[in-house]
Design a protein around this ligand. Structure first.
Ligand code: FVT
Ligand code: ZN
Ligand code: ZN
Length: 341
């Protein structure tokens, strides 16, 4: 064999295998998406998202306390209101008594070290279930939509959110939010994470089930990106950098690794997030249950591909599992357990 053909000497040991990664997964890379509902005592299983629940504010301490002890460092909140009256402009989104604002305040008080992000969208709060506002002729009304999203973002920032993350995909909303935060003196206290390249994906099904945010009619193809739109994704990322986003996000993650790589190239000076969405999570769990692969091994493989593509932050429903798995992995390394084949 030719001398240049021999590669295996470089990865014979668990430690030398770990050196093959340019960057390593850490607990701090995980942000945990959680669903907050308006029954303060709720703890309701979500059938389509195994192991995930809708939580009321009174349950947050017992739910998150053990995870914070294990090293949970950030969460992103999604409001799931059932009792509110939804309308055309999503009025309940920034209700001071709504579940998100109450949860932010509660979490800030309970867990001073926890980083709290809020998803910002109108679809959970509008009567039509869409993410923006409509003109009388039925077209999306971009400027008032962005203004309304900015108003909601500011309300979350004022409640104490460390980060606001608009997922609505209206044009111009990053600039509108940044400006709104600046005008109110909050721009230097609140991170703006943009769902920059959010694709119209079939992988959001379990989330819509969990959050009750399926549109009442039509779909979101006029504002979320078409799956084949590589160029449009690059333009959206560039636009959001120019409009003042502090973090760029790609969503979903696994089918869009090339877009994550493009984002890493376009935004080399920004943190780069990706969202391993509900359908990706459900698919990995279902495959493991069907005996296709081992759950943990597959979960690692999925998120390591995202880190390899360039992301520095992963929103994932596997976050609680990874807090355990990454502790186990450290232990394995420190014991130098070697599994030669
Ligand atoms: N803004 C959040 C979504 O649209 C869906 C996320 C998921 O499917 O996990
Ligand atoms: Zn939405
Ligand atoms: Zn959404």
């Amino acid at each position: 064999m030719d001398i240049s053909s021999v590669l295996q000497g470089g990865y014979q040991h668990p430690l030398s295998r770990s050196w093959q990664a340019r960057r390593h997964l850490t607990k701090s890379m995980f942000m945990y998406p959680i669903f907050i509902t308006d029954d303060p005592d709720a703890s309701v299983e979500i059938a389509s998202l195994p192991g995930q629940r809708r939580w009321g504010v009174n349950k947050l301490e017992e739910f998150l306390g053990p995870l914070v002890k294990k090293g949970l460092q950030s969460v992103i909140l999604f409001g799931v209101p059932f009792k509110c009256v939804k309308d055309e402009r999503g009025t309940p989104a920034d209700d001071p008594q709504g579940p998100v604002i109450l949860a932010v305040k509660k979490l800030r008080a309970l867990f001073p070290t926890l980083y709290i992000a809020c998803d910002v969208c109108l679809c959970e709060y509008t009567s039509h279930g869409h993410c923006g506002l409509f003109r009388a002729d039925g077209a999306l009304d971009q400027v008032p939509s962005a203004a309304r999203i900015a108003e909601v973002a500011l309300a979350y920032a004022k409640a104490g959110a460390h980060c606001v993350a608009p997922s609505d995909m209206m044009d111009g909303r990053i600039k509108a939010i940044k400006q709104e935060l600046m005008n109110a003196g909050f721009a230097n206290q609140c991170t703006l994470m943009s769902y920059s390249a959010k694709f119209a994906s079939s992988l959001y099904g379990p989330f819509r089930d969990a959050a009750g945010s399926a549109p009442a009619y039509g779909d979101r193809k006029c504002y979320q990106l078409p799956p084949q739109a590589k160029g449009l994704a690059r333009r959206a990322i560039q636009r959001d950098i120019n409009e003042g986003a502090d973090i760029i996000m790609v969503k979903p993650a696994l089918p869009y690794l090339d877009v994550i790589q493009d984002a890493a190239e376009l935004a080399p000076n920004h943190p780069l997030a990706c969202y391993q969405v509900s359908g990706e999570f459900a698919m990995i769990v279902a495959g493991a249950r069907a005996g296709v692969y081992d759950l943990r091994t597959m979960a690692f493989e999925s998120v390591e591909s995202m880190v390899r593509a360039g992301c520095t932050l992963i929103l994932s429903y596997f976050t609680p599992d990874f807090l355990d798995w990454l502790s186990d992995r450290l232990l394995l390394h420190s014991l130098h357990i070697e599994m030669r084949r």
